[in-house]
Design a protein around this ligand. Structure first.
Ligand code: ADP
Length: 266
């Protein structure tokens, strides 16, 4: 706990004294620390690909200038590194956009079942590349919730991409929509959207921290998969903006289940 202490001499109608004020500024201190950590993380994440790019540029201008095979290989790596920076900037912009909007409740009505289908279709190529198959359990009728269609599509994209990336080659990804019903974990009627995978699962130790910006269980694997470490932080902010809840259930060797529970009325 951090206190800010201020003192003042008082002289009220001949009554002299000292006023001491203790102010609990722990939250300000923590917010400041979080901001410093965030800037340090962003700088580190940007610097890694940038250093690689600068290194390859130097090599291409010097020793590898006349080596066509090396040039081709280095340009491939440079394109990947530039793409990584691009994804990081895109995710940072998304995060700052949803953070700024967190207090505004979306008031459009959107069909969640259609969003699930459309997102699954848009990720078909990635699934195919990883030999991933989908098990879809969606109602045949529209499932309407107050929401922002683009942001809910983003939630699903991030969750399905993670299931494909971390589930591993040949895994099964379940997409399920329950409700509207009472008792799904919110006060009042809600719908529950579940993205599950038959992958290696996550040690319970990590689960509470997965939605922190830049938190990764295995940084090397995440980077190799093109992850920025911001996907679940973005999901969490969007779900908060919709007054919903994100639940993560997983155990090593038993796959993972990410559930988004959203209220059906605003
Ligand atoms: P990243 O860009 O690294 O994928 P995320 O915020 O989306 O960042 O996820 C944070 C971390 O959570 C990942 O690095 C990974 O370690 C873990 N993770 C997320 N989804 C899954 C999953 N379906 N199975 C196993 N681990 C997962």
């Amino acid at each position: 706990v951090t206190y800010r202490v201020s003192c003042a001499h008082l002289d009220l109608a001949g009554l002299a004294g000292v006023l001491v004020v203790f102010e609990d500024v722990t939250h300000l201190e923590q917010a400041g620390q979080m901001r410093r950590d965030f800037v340090a993380n962003v700088s580190h994440e940007l610097r890694t690909p940038l250093t690689a790019l600068l290194g390859f540029i130097e090599t291409l201008q010097g020793p590898a200038r006349d080596d066509a095979a090396a040039r081709k290989r280095f340009l491939g790596i440079m394109a990947r590194e530039a793409d990584r920076m691009n994804r990081l900037v895109r995710d940072l912009l998304s995060l700052s956009h949803v953070e700024a909007q967190e207090r505004m409740r979306p008031d459009d009505q959107v069909d969640l079942a259609e969003i699930v289908r459309a997102t699954r279709r848009s990720l078909a190529h990635l699934a195919e590349k990883n030999a991933v198959s989908f098990d879809e359990e969606l109602p045949g009728v529209p499932v309407m919730v107050p929401g922002d269609a683009d942001q809910l599509r983003q939630v699903l994209t991030n969750l399905i991409e993670n299931a494909i990336k971390y589930g591993g080659h040949g895994c099964r990804v379940g997409l399920r929509l329950d409700g509207p019903a009472e008792g799904l974990g919110l006060r009042g009627p809600a719908v529950r959207l579940t993205v599950s995978d038959s992958g290696p699962g996550i040690d319970p130790l990590h689960i509470p921290r997965l939605t922190e910006r830049f938190y990764r269980v295995d940084s090397h694997r995440s980077r190799e998969m093109g992850g920025t470490g911001l996907g679940l932080a973005i999901v969490k902010h969007i779900v908060n903006r919709h007054r919903g809840r994100l639940r993560i259930e997983s155990a090593p060797g038993e796959g993972s289940r990410f559930s988004v529970i959203l209220p059906v009325s605003g």
